[in-house]
Design a protein around this ligand. Structure first.
Ligand code: NAP
Ligand code: GLV
Length: 309
């Protein structure tokens, strides 16, 4: 078996070592421009289009992340029947649940405001928020969104969820499709975005949509920067409609030093770390799927390229 590896932004070597542990007999090699030798599988992060075009013989391309937008955006330029496989949780769900729960609790318990008081040496009581009027709305009820919902439900928050198709998730008031969006927004005090980036979801978090949240709502984006129209959020924070935001993803990453978000104390910024790819868990999941494919069995996580995720 021949496995090609290309991980934009980091060295492929630790991946190659981990994959060799799973498949000691396989030829595992880093892809380089002009590599035209045949391969059976590819394991990639943000691969160049040329790599995929040169290897239309691949039985599957495994993306070492949940979001496949950086591959799907190649559209028809990709070899027609090349299966693209996303990571299914692989340790990211619990990280997402931790990150979002922390951000929600920090805002709900007014810890962001206490932080500011600390810096001014102020001892001042702030009236607690009322949990029953503090519903958390989760955009995206997939692998990660459902784990966020489960974690927050533990603390007794009312939970709303929005998905493309209709869902029935215990403990979650479920909304779906464009027709369900307005009511979902109207009743959500905190908005969490954990959608895939597709033609339908790009720019969804704009002034019109965020303006439908209740006055004083809080925004958490852990999906992709291009979901958010950044200047619209800034305007709504500055005019007080949105109380603040926790953002892990940005249109340009790293976020440039001159970006106005850095100057806005109501916006908390993290460098795309909400849910990191765990190499060991990911390679074990991918190896299990390769073995299933070699036995002729179906696997989960194949991306629908028309749908975009
Ligand atoms: P997933 O399992 O594919 O779930 C996606 C959810 O979004 C599904 O519920 C889907 O609806 C819904 N959805 C998709 N298009 C929609 C639309 N047009 N309208 C309404 N709902 C729509 O994805 P996941 O594993 O949860 O991951 C979600 C995203 O998180 C990834 O794509 C990635 O961009 C991001 N992510 C970020 C980080 C980070 O560190 N910041 C880490 C990992 C992932 P259906 O259920 O009806 O299909
Ligand atoms: C990270 O952003 C991922 O999509 O897994």
């Amino acid at each position: 078996m021949r496995i090609l590896v290309h991980t934009t932004g980091s060295s492929p070597d630790p991946w190659i070592a981990e994959i060799r542990n799973e498949f000691p007999q396989a030829q595992v090699r880093a892809w380089h421009e002009g590599d035209n030798d045949l391969a059976d599988y590819a394991i990639v992060w943000k691969p160049p289009l040329a790599m995929l075009q040169q290897h239309s013989e691949l039985k599957a391309v495994f993306n070492v992340g949940a979001g496949v937008d950086a591959i799907v955006e190649f559209g028809d330029a990709l070899p027609k029947d090349l299966p693209i496989v996303r990571l299914d949780d692989a340790g990211m769900g619990v990280q997402m649940a931790e990150y979002v729960t922390h951000a929600v609790l920090r805002y709900f318990r007014r810890l962001n405001e206490f932080d500011m008081q600390n810096r001014a040496a102020q001892w001042r009581f702030l009236k607690p928020h009322d949990k029953k009027n503090f519903a958390v709305g989760i955009l995206g009820l997939g692998v990660l969104g459902t784990q966020i919902a489960r974690a927050l439900a533990h603390f007794g928050f009312p939970i709303n969820g929005w998905s493309r198709t209709k869902k029935d998730v215990p403990g979650v008031r479920c909304y779906s499709g464009p027709a369900g969006l307005d009511e979902f927004l109207r009743v959500s005090r905190v908005l969490v975005c954990v959608l895939p980036l597709t033609a339908e979801t790009a720019g969804l978090l704009n002034e019109l949509v965020l303006g439908k949240l209740p006055q004083g709502a809080y925004v958490i984006n852990v999906a992709r920067g291009a979901h958010l129209v950044e200047e619209d959020l800034l305007k709504l924070v500055q005019n007080g409609h949105i109380a603040g935001a926790t953002l892990d993803v940005f249109r340009e990453e790293p976020l440039p030093p001159a970006h106005p978000f850095w100057q806005e104390s109501r916006i908390t910024i993290t460098p795309h770390i909400a849910a990191l790819t765990l190499r060991g868990d990911s390679v074990r999941q991918i190896a299990g799927k390769i073995r299933a494919l070699e036995r002729g069995e179906p696997i989960a996580g194949i991306v629908d390229r028309i749908r975009g995720y």
